[in-house]
Design a protein around this ligand. Structure first.
Ligand SMILES: [Zn+2]
Length: 256
């Protein structure tokens, strides 16, 4: 449990946190219960790409309209007053609704707050909220599921998020500033007492932080590394002395 590591976090100069799929919105929240809109409820269980697209429209709209959420409360308390950085592979924007410092978060897979061209014909990003509203209004008035078109080439717009399907077309502009802040922050961790906490990251995109965290722990003499995952908790041989592998769902680690 997180509370077992509070002392070590307190003693660290710097805290590096990675947040993976075990803590993505669709595991932490029950959309079926939370989105009571009957039009959304009707879409649940419907087959086909269009229904899936429309469900995602409602879910993303719901996520963007959230106020502050409490899912990361214990983590917020543990990091209070610390020099920390959080990197996530999730694309739901949920961390930005926590009370963590938004200047200390990077989400390189996107947040769902933009659309982009599916081709893409250029690097342009389009704020998602007005488009989501149009699609929802149209669906609720006419009962038919629409798509948005790229104003430049006419191809479909898709969410500006990095998934298995979109990784070759993903437009990277939105996160680059926070990523630059992150890499700069990382440069300052060398030879410092660094506590690394990796929560719920699998092997979908290990280049993002799973492998880099191991490397950082390997090269930093004073690093402590804690990896939490229900099944993929194993730690590389080279950092066994510095690392703790916790076989537990990160949701339980954080929330219980
Ligand atoms: Zn286009």
């Amino acid at each position: 449990m997180l509370r077992d590591y509070l002392e070590q976090i307190k003693e660290a100069d710097l805290v590096l946190v990675g947040i993976g799929r075990e803590l993505q919105a669709k595991r932490l929240m029950d959309f079926k219960k939370e989105i009571s809109n009957p039009h959304y409820q009707e879409l649940i269980g419907q087959e086909g790409e269009d229904a899936a697209w429309m469900r995602e429209i409602y879910e993303r709209d719901y996520l963007l309209s959230l106020g502050e959420v409490d899912y990361f409360k214990d983590l917020e308390e543990a990091l209070e007053g610390k020099n920390y950085f959080v990197v996530t592979s999730n694309d739901d924007g949920l961390l930005f609704h926590s009370r963590l410092d938004k200047g200390r978060i990077t989400a390189p897979c996107g947040n769902g707050d933009f659309f982009q061209c599916s081709r893409p014909c250029d690097e342009q990003l389009y704020p998602a909220k007005p488009g989501l509203k149009d699609l929802i209004d149209y669906y609720e008035k006419n009962g038919s599921i629409e798509h948005l078109e790229c104003p430049k080439c006419g191809e479909r717009l898709i969410f500006n998020v990095r998934t298995e399907d979109t990784k070759h077309v993903y437009v990277e502009g939105a996160y680059l500033t926070s990523w630059a802040n992150y890499t700069k922050w990382l440069q300052g961790t060398l030879n410092k007492k660094l506590f690394i906490l990796e929560l719920g990251e699998g092997f979908e995109n290990p280049n993002l932080f799973r492998w880099p965290f191991e490397k950082i722990a390997f090269y930093n003499e004073k690093a402590v590394f804690v990896r939490v995952h229900k099944s993929l908790y194993q730690i590389g041989e080279g950092i066994k002395g510095k690392g703790t592998a916790i076989a537990m769902d990160s949701r339980e680690f954080l929330l219980d």
